[in-house]
Design a protein around this ligand. Structure first.
Ligand SMILES: [Zn+2]
Ligand SMILES: [Zn+2]
Length: 212
């Protein structure tokens, strides 16, 4: 709440000052609509998640792991990136992490598990249903909006075949995941401070949370 003398607060996402009818909110109504639109893109059989999954063909049993149709060989940048987004630890975990976070504010309900697509749909559903209340109760919606937007943007770029800096999450042997672009010069693990050059960084395993 703000008194008449104080400047009205700004939306935590865009710099717009909140209007009178937006009093008490952290974000403006247009930003809420943008988050909702981004969330909606992921869900359902025609959503971004399902369309990314369609690009993966399971590898032969006991073979060399999944391959992406239409690409020669394994381990191509597009393949790595799609796997990184569609595996447990990718889009589904990004969404579920926000579900867990919102649940601590009483703003979301934990999903019931199941297939990855089902988990994506459940997470999107609970976040969308609670978004309007979150707008007034969750102070870190900017971070949430950014992650959702970036994941949607990355998935759209892959599906449209647009060339963009490819990003993958790789895992240091110490267990810490780091997101790198495929043209990375290397990085230093923020936990164990081990340094990786370009080639070493891209040979690290993809970060993936094991199902409980
Ligand atoms: Zn805004
Ligand atoms: Zn490390």
């Amino acid at each position: 709440m703000f008194d008449d003398d104080a400047p009205s607060p700004r939306c935590v996402i865009c710099p717009r000052q909140l209007l009178h009818h937006e009093t008490g909110r952290y974000i403006c109504i247009p930003c809420e609509h943008r988050i909702d639109a981004d969330l909606r893109k992921f869900a359902g059989p025609a959503g971004l998640y399902a369309r990314l999954c369609l690009r993966i063909q399971p590898g032969r049993r006991g073979g060399d792991g999944p391959a992406v149709s239409g690409t020669p060989g394994r381990g191509t940048p597009a393949n790595l990136e799609i796997l990184s987004l569609t595996a447990n630890g990718g889009i589904v975990s990004m969404l579920e992490t926000w579900v867990e976070d919102w649940a601590t504010y009483g703003l979301a309900v934990h999903g019931t598990g199941g297939r990855l697509q089902h988990r994506v749909d459940q997470a999107v559903d609970t976040l969308r249903r609670n978004l309007t209340r979150a707008a007034s109760r969750h102070p870190a919606l900017d971070e949430c909006a950014r992650e959702i937007f970036q994941a949607a943007r990355q998935a759209e770029a892959i599906i449209s075949g647009e060339r963009s800096p490819r990003r993958v999450a790789v895992q240091c042997p110490c267990g810490t995941a780091t997101t790198v672009t495929l043209d990375t010069d290397g990085f230093e693990c923020r936990s164990c401070e081990r340094e990786y050059g370009h080639g070493e960084a891209l040979k690290l395993p993809l970060a993936e949370r094991r199902a409980a």
